[in-house]
Design a protein around this ligand. Structure first.
Ligand SMILES: C[S@@+](CC[C@H](N)C(=O)[O-])C[C@H]1O[C@@H](n2cnc3c(N)ncnc32)[C@H](O)[C@@H]1O
Length: 242
């Protein structure tokens, strides 16, 4: 059984350590579990996220993939026809980056070990920024959004892909059953990690809903914000403009 104090998201710096530990420990099985547990829908979600980045206006620029993990979102961008730019892919769990290195060896993806709460890049560095399934883990979401704002060039987009809970009561019941009962067991068996996949539903439960997230984007200084549910509300896609 998972130790409840470990499965439950911590606060502040303790949460940073907790999250880094989880992803460092599950890194070897992350890709397999990601596609298995999301029934492969995550690939479609990443495609929709990159569609919102408006990279076509600056196809040769630098783009940021924060909380990049094993680079699936970075690769979704660099594989687009007409994209001639580069992706800076940052994550603070080195084992995740190492696990993904083979996938990006021929791609214009540049891995950087760094904290999204203190992005190691100068102001106004990027033509666009994106983050998939990362912001839910941040101990200070406002600070994280502030960092995205700082490193983006004016007028450019931030795209945020994140889990949420479906609004439809029937779908919600099914989803919560899967999330609370099936996913942690499958995750435990395949990853061998005793509590990492119990942390996942807990962290979604404690995360603000899509309206709250949009308000936080606006409070951080983003304009032209919008969001939409994906797959009936299992995930949500937010966009903001610096
Ligand atoms: C669920 S994975 C998502 C990985 C990837 N974006 C994807 O779509 O598969 C979350 C990633 O966020 C990273 N992460 C969480 N908090 C972070 C932080 N404060 N700074 C940098 N990376 C962070 C974790 O190390 C992990 O690799």
């Amino acid at each position: 059984m998972p130790a409840p104090n470990e499965a439950k998201p911590d606060k502040g710096p303790a949460r940073e350590r907790q999250v880094r530990t989880i992803f460092s420990e599950i890194a070897p099985r992350y890709d397999l579990l990601n596609h298995l547990l999301s029934l492969n829908i995550d690939r479609r979600w990443r495609r929709l996220a990159v569609d919102q980045l408006h990279w076509e206006g600056k196809p040769r620029g630098w783009y940021l993939d924060a909380c990049a993990g094993t680079f699936d979102l970075s690769l979704e961008l660099t594989r687009r026809n007409g994209f001639e730019g580069r992706v800076m892919a940052s994550d603070f769990a080195r084992p995740m980056l190492l696990e993904g290195m083979a996938k990006v060896k021929d791609a214009p993806v540049f891995p950087v070990c760094g904290d999204t709460l203190e992005l190691p890049f100068p102001d106004e560095s990027f033509e666009g920024a994106m983050v998939a399934f990362g912001v839910r883990n941040l101990s200070d979401l406002g600070k994280g959004f502030g960092e995205f704002l700082r490193v983006l060039k004016p007028g450019r987009k931030l795209v945020v892909l994140e889990f949420t809970e479906p609004p439809n009561p029937v779908l919600r019941r099914f989803y919560l059953f899967y999330f609370r009962n099936i996913l942690p067991v499958l995750g435990r068996i395949v990853s061998g990690h005793p509590w990492a996949y119990t942390y996942l539903p807990q962290s979604v439960k404690e995360f603000p809903g899509p309206d709250g997230l949009e308000q936080m984007l606006r409070a951080a200084g983003f304009s032209e914000t919008s969001w939409r549910f994906l797959s009936g509300g299992v995930a949500a896609l937010h966009v903001g403009t610096r």
